[in-house]
Design a protein around this ligand. Structure first.
Ligand SMILES: NC(=O)c1ccc[n+]([C@@H]2O[C@H](COP(=O)([O-])OP(=O)(O)OC[C@H]3O[C@@H](n4cnc5c(N)ncnc54)[C@H](O)[C@@H]3O)[C@@H](O)[C@H]2O)c1
Ligand SMILES: O=C/C=C/C=C(\O)C(=O)O
Length: 494
């Protein structure tokens, strides 16, 4: 099939500071690659420490400018306009996201870009409709006092993002941060700078005051990421990415006692009981294992299947895995590339290690044959393993690829123990037609999110986040308001 990779929106990707696009002050740049082809498609202008300081200063100044003086209703109007403008420019966002990630167009057009708009629209609604608490309080003199809470912005928020759902995960933080009256400095992943940069055009088009939304490009340690988290005028840091990066950022946040919200890695289990509807299970788990080429923090990498249906499950999942073709086209039958050559090497390292750890490779396990423009892309085969021990490294460490190990179990207590035997705690899926068991097992999962007979079904009002090594805090709906505001209690003696 013809390659549908859209040319990048622009081959020069700039920082966005105080409402204007800027090169880095030191002239440093780095290359931007298309994972679908392996070709260099752009030049990213890296922000220096001085540029990051300028961005933070612009964000701080905006708090005292028109943005800081607006009513919530006025801000909500602007934020809603951002959502509408993203929708109007959906094709541009789609082209930028597909160029940066190599993800098939159907994934970006159904998930990434619509959620980019929804993340603004939803938090415009949440901030408009969520009340704060109040108490009538009896006072010692027999009178009364009225206690009530007001929410105030925290200030300048650093937003540090990964590459797997660049626009979705960035706006998931920028939407509520702005709804709460904060200003932001975003550090997108060095792999995927385009949609964050493009959002600057949207901000200017809707009349967002300068300095409310800023973008600085670069890497982590010794670059824009670290410059941002080290800047003392950052009031809070919200981060999505690897657990190890979260630990490094937490140390920076400790200086000045800044608040953090972390959405980190996972090694998410699926538990399939023998009474489950196997059609639903295979449909759900083939998305959960393979969507976005397995580069989903919520994806399943461990599958525990009750022994009577183990063979049948493996047979049907194998058919589902084999149905994918490698390529970054618009057709849902295609599995896109991994994000980079480095990540491809990491995933292939786990493919080799699985064999060394005694796995039976049921399907996949290597690099697919692919010709034409995409021959240089970072593809791997969708892969299923059986025969791995529960405590093998392949079953314990986050791989972030289109693969999973399948292990049989015999009893409910046993599988609860296996599913929870991990340092992570992001999400789990439970598959059963037994209602009591569904509730019982779901509640026993040590995770932030548990899906029953479904996966990645999102209601943006619900709490979202992970426990253990998978994160700190919850975002979503009112939970985001908790993070992005300071609550002040006012006590009035009547
Ligand atoms: N829990 C969730 O909601 C969720 C969602 C998506 C991805 N993830 C996780 O993200 C990871 C994949 O993304 P990634 O490889 O981009 O993660 P990463 O941690 O390598 O990078 C994320 C961001 O942090 C920046 N960064 C790196 N080191 C830094 C430092 N020392 N200081 C400041 N910033 C720094 C990077 O430049 C990038 O912008 C996986 O572990 C995945 O599970 C989690
Ligand atoms: O790869 C991780 C996907 C995370 C999804 C969300 O944060 C979300 O749906 O809000």
């Amino acid at each position: 099939m013809a390659n549908e990779i859209t040319p990048a929106v622009t081959d020069t990707i700039l920082n966005f500071i105080g409402g204007a696009y800027r090169r880095g002050s030191t002239g440093k740049t780095f290359d931007n690659f298309a994972p679908a082809t392996g070709l260099r498609i752009g030049t990213v202008h890296e922000a220096s420490e001085a540029d990051v300081a300028d961005a933070v200063a612009a964000a701080k100044a905006a708090l005292n400018g028109p943005w800081g003086k607006m009513t919530t209703a006025e801000r909500v109007k602007l934020i809603s306009a951002v959502a509408t403008e993203i929708e109007r420019r959906a094709d541009d966002f789609l082209a930028a996201e597909v160029a940066d990630t190599g993800k098939p167009r159907h994934v970006a057009s159904h998930i990434d870009i619509p959620r980019g708009a929804a993340n603004f629209r939803m938090f415009a609604d949440v901030i408009s409709t969520t009340p704060t608490e109040s108490f009538a309080t009896a006072t010692p003199d027999g009178g009364q006092a009225l206690n009530y809470a007001v929410r105030k912005p925290k200030g300048v928020i650093a937003v540090i993002c990964p590459w797997n759902f660049p626009l979705l995960l960035m706006t998931w933080k920028v939407g509520p941060a702005l709804a709460c009256g904060n200003t932001v400095v975003v550090k997108p992943s060095e792999e995927t700078p385009r949609t964050a940069a493009l959002l600057g055009e949207v901000m200017n088009a809707v009349g967002m005051p300068e300095g409310v939304y800023n973008v600085v490009h670069g890497f982590g340690a010794g670059s824009a990421g670290e410059f941002l988290t080290s800047n003392p005028d950052i009031d809070a840091i919200t981060f999505t990415g690897e657990t190890g990066t979260g630990q490094a950022i937490m140390q920076k946040a400790a200086v000045g006692v800044r608040d953090i919200s972390f959405e980190l890695g996972g090694k998410n289990p699926a538990v399939v009981f023998a009474d489950a509807d196997l059609d639903k299970v295979v449909e759900g788990l083939s998305r959960s294992v393979f969507l976005n080429t397995g580069q989903v923090c919520l994806g399943t990498e461990r599958v525990y299947v009750e022994r009577p249906v183990f063979d049948e499950f493996v047979k049907r999942m194998t058919v589902a895995a084999k149905a994918f073709k490698p390529g970054a086209t618009g057709d849902p039958a295609y599995l896109g590339p991994l994000i980079s050559a480095e990540h491809q090497e990491k995933v292939l390292g786990y493919y080799a290690r699985a064999v060394a750890e005694g796995a039976t490779v049921v399907t996949g396990g290597g690099v697919p044959a692919i010709s034409g423009d995409e021959a240089g892309g970072f593809y791997v085969e969708p892969t299923l393993w059986t025969g791995l021990a529960h405590d093998s490294s392949v079953m314990r460490e986050e791989i972030f690829g289109p693969c999973c190990g399948v292990i049989p179990f015999d009893a409910e207590d046993e599988v609860i123990g296996l599913a929870n035997d991990t340092d992570y705690g992001l999400c789990a899926t439970i598959w059963t037609e037994n209602l009591s068991r569904a509730h019982r097992v779901a509640a026993s999962m040590q995770v932030g999110v548990c899906w029953v007979n479904c996966w990645f079904l999102r209601d943006l009002r619900t709490a979202f986040g992970g426990s253990g090594h998978s994160g700190i805090g919850r975002e979503g709906g009112v939970h985001s308001l908790e993070f992005y505001t300071e609550t002040e209690n006012i006590c009035v003696k009547l």
